[in-house]
Ligand binder design. Structure first.
Ligand SMILES: [Zn+2]
Ligand SMILES: [Zn+2]
Length: 148
């Protein structure tokens, strides 16, 4: 049996599955339902507007989005959620599809490795280009570059 402090109200409770105590969990579900039904009807509302209309804190609404429980309209200018890895705009959660795919097949580390590999590849291409210029193949290389 594991005891925890509820981050919402501070009361001690037995941890089962969620971080919140049963009372706050119940409240959280109610808030979530309110926010979700509001967003379904007002897909372009800003976080502030949603917060005002539903009485749910902006922080909480952002958490729902980050947890992937709520999706915002792709044309919603009021809420901007970005992929934590590449910064691409996403509807919900923390990562875009491409990055979450990468993450599920490895870990964040593999993305770092890929970035390093990409940089190495870039360097290789640059070296090859430099070598060609040094070896006197400047004309060929320049033609080649102009085509791209
Ligand atoms: Zn609580
Ligand atoms: Zn991404």
């Amino acid at each position: 049996m594991e005891l925890r402090n509820c981050p919402e109200c501070g009361s001690v409770f037995t941890f089962v599955r969620t971080n919140l105590c049963p009372a706050c969990q119940k409240k959280d579900e109610e808030d979530f339902r309110k926010v979700r039904s509001f967003i379904i009807r007002n897909s372009n509302a800003s976080i502030l507007k949603i917060s005002e209309e539903t009485d749910v804190s902006e922080k909480k609404i952002m958490r729902y989005i980050r947890e992937g429980r709520i999706k915002i309209g792709s044309d919603n200018e009021g809420i901007i959620v970005q992929c934590e890895v590449c910064g691409k705009r996403i509807a919900s959660g923390r990562l875009c599809e491409a990055c979450s795919e990468k993450l599920s097949s490895g870990l964040r580390r593999s993305i770092m490795q890929e970035n390093v590999k990409q940089q190495e590849d870039d360097q290789k291409i640059k070296d090859q280009y430099d070598n060609k210029v040094k070896r006197g193949h400047r004309m060929y290389t320049m033609d080649h570059l102009n085509k791209n």
